[in-house]
Design a binder for this molecule. Structure first.
Ligand SMILES: NC(=O)c1ccc[n+]([C@@H]2O[C@H](COP(=O)([O-])OP(=O)(O)OC[C@H]3O[C@@H](n4cnc5c(N)ncnc54)[C@H](OP(=O)(O)O)[C@@H]3O)[C@@H](O)[C@H]2O)c1
Length: 267
């Protein structure tokens, strides 16, 4: 395992650290010797997990209770908790979904999704990139989704937010290619996180999806292995092949319809 602390700095922040992919990223940071700033809404659970990383890897941790659907308060909490620390890593993992047709979701719920998937992401990314660029040292792994490549009917706002994360992060990764800052966006297919397990489509479609799913640890292994080597990755060989095959052999409309087929009955 690369010594992430030596390469990037003493502390890493994971926005959405409580479980699933965020927790797996924290484990990677701890294995690489970095102290953790763990951000999420469930403070007690975050403390339990932080304590576990401390006992297992000897790293320090800080828990920041913040709701990323309230960008002003969340940014204030995260920026003040990390001020003065030798920051060397950030990852934006948290997301918000709402299934159903676009107009059947209230504007308020759309704006909440934009807050989590776009506004808080943008502010956190900009804040930590400014620090990393100034010190010419640091790393970012942002998390997107295959819905951000194709779009996501019946989960449209989420897919649009994931496309924003994907395209913004890819461009920034290229901008800092020849610097000491490594930036990557990691596009996930179905991954066995507690939230995804609750939301899997029902019936045979759901069963097929689960069979192809990766674990959060598999995602984290690939994401950290490719950090500093690739701007944009799709985790898992089957997911890479699926995107490649759909793009090569189908029209855009066919691909969009296919992605819509997973959640069309959830309206
Ligand atoms: N799982 C999949 O199948 C899949 C597929 C494609 C892409 N992805 C992407 O992978 C990432 C992780 O997926 P996931 O299913 O684990 O997502 P998730 O349910 O959002 O969970 C990630 C973490 O974010 C925290 N979180 C969620 N909303 C938050 C909020 N408003 N404020 C602060 N923290 C918040 C949760 O902890 P608290 O509850 O303690 O706040 C949790 O630890 C997301 O970016 C998602 O788009 C996942």
């Amino acid at each position: 395992m690369t010594n992430l602390r030596e390469k990037y700095g003493e502390w890493g922040v994971v926005l959405g650290a409580t479980e699933g992919v965020g927790e797996a990223f924290c484990k990677k940071l701890a294995e690489g010797g970095m102290n953790l700033v763990m951000v999420g809404r469930r403070e007690e659970l975050l403390k339990e997990k932080g304590e576990k990383f401390h006992e297992e890897y000897g790293v320090d941790y800080k828990v920041v209770r913040a709701d990323l659907s309230c960008p002003d308060e969340a940014c204030e909490a995260v920026f003040s908790a990390t001020e003065g620390l030798d920051m060397g890593f950030m990852s934006y993992v948290a997301c918000l979904h709402h299934f159903g047709k676009f107009q059947h979701t209230s504007l308020e719920d759309h704006e909440k999704m934009v807050n989590v998937n776009v506004i808080s992401f943008l502010r956190m990314f900009h804040h930590f990139m400014t620090i990393f660029a100034e010190q010419d040292r640091g790393a970012v792994i942002n998390v997107s989704s295959m819905t951000g490549i194709s779009s996501s009917p019946w989960n449209a706002e989420y897919g649009a937010g994931k496309a924003y994360i994907l395209k913004l992060t890819e461009a920034v990764a290229c901008e800092c290619e020849k610097t000491g800052v490594d930036v990557e966006v990691c596009t996930l297919g179905t991954t066995l996180t507690p939230t995804a397990i609750k939301n899997f489509p029902k019936g045979p479609v759901g069963e097929k999806v689960v069979k192809l799913a990766l674990t959060p640890d598999e995602v984290a292994d690939e994401a950290f292995e490719k950090l500093g080597k690739e701007f944009s990755i799709i985790t898992g060989e089957r997911n890479k092949k699926s995107v490649h095959d759909w793009k090569a052999n189908h029209t855009e409309d066919e691909y969009i319809r296919y992605m819509g087929s997973f959640y069309a009955d959830q309206d």
